[in-house]
Design a protein. Structure first.
Length: 146
């Protein structure tokens, strides 16, 4: 089973189960963002977590094996048309240089890790309209000289 087939199988089982990502993640014992990403093929799970996910959704062992495979992290290079994903591209387009500048000012020359990394997505009630709260936390990795 490849990652695309795995994702299609998981999504069908998720729909059938009526469970949301937070409930699935709670059964697996990992953060919702990470579990969702693994189910969409962009991360892998260790055997015990892959097995828990399959148990929670009633999925066969070939799905667990696919969840454990290292992903090929690639995406379409064109600007996406999905409004949620497009807005994230827009944020990086408008604020990317600002984020980079402020990271360099605070930490020096380097990058934020996307490997030693966590992300949480929350909802903040607000009388003017509910707010999306995205918190990213990545280890700073300085460039080295040699």
């Amino acid at each position: 089973m490849n990652k695309l087939e795995m994702t299609e199988t998981i999504m069908a089982a998720k729909t059938k189960s009526g469970l949301g990502w937070e409930a699935i993640a709670a059964k697996v014992g990992l953060a919702p963002v990470f579990v969702t990403s693994a189910c969409l093929g962009m991360n892998s799970l260790k055997p015990e977590f892959a097995d828990k996910l399959c148990e929670a959704l009633g999925l066969p062992t070939d799905v667990s094996a696919a969840l454990q495979q290292c992903p090929h992290k690639s995406w379409d290079k064109s600007i996406p048309t999905d409004p949620v994903i497009y807005r994230l591209y827009e944020i990086v387009g408008v604020y990317g240089d600002t984020i980079k500048e402020l990271i360099h000012e605070k930490f020096g020359d380097g990058i934020m890790s996307a490997i030693d990394f966590s992300m949480h997505i929350d909802k903040e009630e607000n009388p003017a309209g509910d707010r999306v709260v995205v918190k990213m936390n990545g280890k700073f990795l300085p460039y080295k000289s040699w």
